[in-house]
Design a protein around this ligand. Structure first.
Ligand SMILES: [Mg+2]
Length: 270
């Protein structure tokens, strides 16, 4: 594949590309270390908002990979950055999500509201939440309908790949619940296929042309569509969510290359 000659920057999705749950996908860590050795810039670009940057760094280090916090771009930190830069009226935030999302909004000193019946809320932000409850749904609904809070989502992934080859509900399932009871959709969705996370990376690397970058992901509708939207190269790996049986998707969202797994990349960049 000719486009590898010019590539300087690799953007890697995590779930379904590097690992499934807590299990590394065979050869993925070796491949990333190989990219490091060859001097490529590597960023990790994940819609998964559940972990903090420090938790991601630790997860990588358990697999034997050194990753600096600035290499980790998640929908959670990007959401907090987006709110910080575009919604100056927001002070009080209700979060449906996990530590990654809470930590991201704490970094910008937002007041994280626990009870939205007693306290005013300016923004509801929703990501994947494995402790999702009726009460959280109710508090989110109350904020949107009665405080007229802004409603933003980290990502709409319907599912999430587990280590046993099965799927679990993704952030999109929580967001759909809130959409249903408020009859409102998120004003903005931060994660892929939207390009906010990529914009952050290219802001940090002003010398790199989008044509010299490639995104590698397992989902056509998020990773590959995001790469196409931003004008970078795209590689689909088949080690995570398999959407290729959906012929309509296959016809409309075409990656530059399809690999079985990340490790197969090594043969292209000797
Ligand atoms: Mg993925």
């Amino acid at each position: 594949m000719l486009f590898f000659d010019k590539i300087k920057l690799f953007l890697l999705d995590c779930d379904g590309v590097i690992w499934r749950g807590n299990q590394a996908i065979e050869g993925s860590i070796e491949t990333i270390n190989y990219l490091y050795q060859k001097g490529y810039k590597v960023y990790f670009v994940t819609n998964n908002s559940t972990l903090t940057k420090e938790e991601y760094r630790k997860k990588f280090s358990v697999f034997g990979l050194n990753v600096r916090p600035e290499q980790i771009i998640t929908s959670a930190y990007t959401a907090a950055y987006y709110v910080h830069t575009t919604l100056p009226h927001v002070k009080n935030v209700y979060i449906i999500g996990e530590t990654g999302l809470v930590d991201a909004f704490r970094q910008y000193n937002y007041n994280i509201v626990e009870n939205t019946i007693e306290n005013r809320v300016d923004l509801v932000v929703v990501g994947m939440d494995r402790q999702f409850t009726y009460k959280k749904l109710y508090y989110g609904m109350h904020s949107i309908l009665y405080h007229h809070a802004n409603f933003i989502a980290t990502n709409l992934d319907p599912t999430f790949p587990l280590s046993n080859d099965r799927l679990a509900p993704g952030a999109g399932a929580m967001i759909a619940a809130l959409e249903r009871c408020t009859n409102m959709s998120p004003q903005i969705v931060i994660g892929k296929p939207n390009v906010f996370m990529l914009e952050l990376i290219f802001q940090q690397n002003p010398g790199i042309n989008p044509k010299d970058a490639v995104i590698i992901g397992d989902r056509l509708t998020t990773d590959i569509q995001c790469g196409i939207n931003y004008g970078i190269h795209t590689i689909l790996v088949e080690s995570g969510i398999d959407e290729r049986h959906n012929q309509n998707l296959e016809k409309t969202i075409k990656p530059d290359l399809i690999l079985g797994k990340l490790y197969d990349l090594i043969t292209y960049i000797k």
